[in-house]
Structures are given as structure tokens and as C-alpha cells.
Design a protein around this ligand. Sequence first.
Ligand SMILES: C[S@@+](CC[C@H](N)C(=O)[O-])C[C@H]1O[C@@H](n2cnc3c(N)ncnc32)[C@H](O)[C@@H]1O
Length: 266
Amino acid sequence: MISSDDLFNYYAAFNHGFLHANSESGTEKLLEEIGNLEYEKILEIGIGTGATLVKIASRNSFVKLVGVDISTSMLKKARSRIRFSMLKRRITLRQIEGFGKLPFDDNSFDIVYVESVLAIQRTEVLLCYLQEILRVLTLKGKVVLNETLWLTEITTEEVRMVNDFCLENYGIIQANSEFAYPDNWQTFLHQIGFENIKLTEIQDSNNLKKTSNLSEILSSIFSLIGRLNLVFSSSTRKNLLKIESINLPFTKGKKYMNGVLISATK
Ligand SMILES: C[S@@+](CC[C@H](N)C(=O)[O-])C[C@H]1O[C@@H](n2cnc3c(N)ncnc32)[C@H](O)[C@@H]1O
């Protein structure tokens, strides 16, 4: 059995970036949804190895970025990526306990974004994060999430069965059973006071622009160096195989989940 710590350690070991629905192209969609940036203060929750923070900092010279994560190994890799991409002075990182509380004052961020972190939480942690995001946002501030949610035709029994399996084998659920479907998110965001709530399924697309931005190029090189680690380090390779050899209890050919972009304002 693998624990959730092991899982994040394994992915951090080979500098895996964009570990979420639709990968880097999902991030480009999230950035489109965030819109034009100038001097905003921005928070990312669950930064992984920091690939999105680098993208934003490198494209927007005046924004202030703060990233938080629960995992020591992910934070370590994010620090290395940010340094390697020459953006050390632009981004502040902080470790958090991960129970849903955010160590920031009320009204302190114009934008909060999250990529595939909230739906993998226990319900009380998920609810706490959504309330805390509302609290730390400035008035009219915006939250944008990219979360993988269950398709509405997947029954709650199927959802529970897959989550029980994942919890037992990876120490983490696939996606929350009580917040399984987009409607559950819409209802709760409305209940706690968010406005202009919008949910959009992320369609596969090839929206990756070629970049001539030095920091983004360096960040891609950092990811590439991590992948070489898979070639040269047998323990990194073995750990990835451990994850990939677990067969999820999914029926072949059936689609269960989709990436959903969720945005709302305070
Ligand atoms: C699926 S990965 C996504 C990483 C990153 N957002 C990306 O898209 O590449 C989940 C990330 O969330 C972090 N994480 C998991 N549970 C968390 C929690 N309760 N609070 C904060 N971060 C958490 C993990 O350490 C990991 O870095």
C-alpha cells in the first residue's frame, strides 16, 4: 500500500508539473478564466512542483504570488523550480497543515486558484477550504478551480466503491463522494456567499502556445531534467511503476470523470 505522502513524494522526485485535469492545457484554460493581470495579489493552494506559479510570474511582472502546500517534498521541488527559472524574488512559498485553514488575514488576495487539490480532500477539509478562500479574498476577488469531478451518470455507489479502493491503495480518494458532481459545488459556493458562479467542463484542446519566455523555457527544462531522473534512478522508476501497476476498479472504455473549471467572485 502507498500512502498519500508517498504518492506526492514519488511525483516530486521527477519534477512532475501540471499534475491535474488536462495537464498544462488545463492550466492555460485556468489562466484564461483568471483573465488579465496587473498588480494583483494571488494565492495558489496545493502548488505541487510550482509549474503554474512560474507561468504566472514569468508572464506578469507586477503581480505578487504566494503558494502553499502540505508536502515537504513538493515544496522543496517548487523552490528549486522557481530558483532555476530565476523567479526567486517574485514568489513566496509556505507550508501549511492542510486541514483547511489558511494562515492569512481576511481580504488579503485578489485571486485564489487551485488545481486538483480540493476534490481529493475529506468533506470537512474541502468545506473549510472553500470558506477560507471566501474569507481571504478581497471584495469582488475571484476564485478559479480546476477539479476533476464525477460525471453525473456515475452512481454514488460507483463513486464510493472507487474512492474506498483508492483510499486503501493510495491513501487518497479519487474525488470527494459528497461533492461528487458539479451541482454540489454550485450549491455550496452559492450557500456560503460566492457570486457569479460558473462551471465549465474542460474540453481537450491543443491550446499550448510556443513560448519565448525565458523563465517558462527554464521551467520546462527543469521538468525535463526530472524525467531524466526516471531514466537514471531505478528507485524513482520503481516508485512510479508501483503507482502505475495499481489497476483502478474502472470498467474499460467507460468514462467516469471530467476536469471542470469552476470560477466565482466574492
Ligand atoms: C494532484 S497534486 C496537484 C499539484 C498542482 N496543483 C499541480 O496541478 O501540479 C495535489 C497537490 O496538493 C497538495 N495537497 C494535498 N492535500 C493538500 C492539502 N490538504 N492542503 C494543501 N495542499 C495539499 C499535494 O502535496 C500536491 O502538491
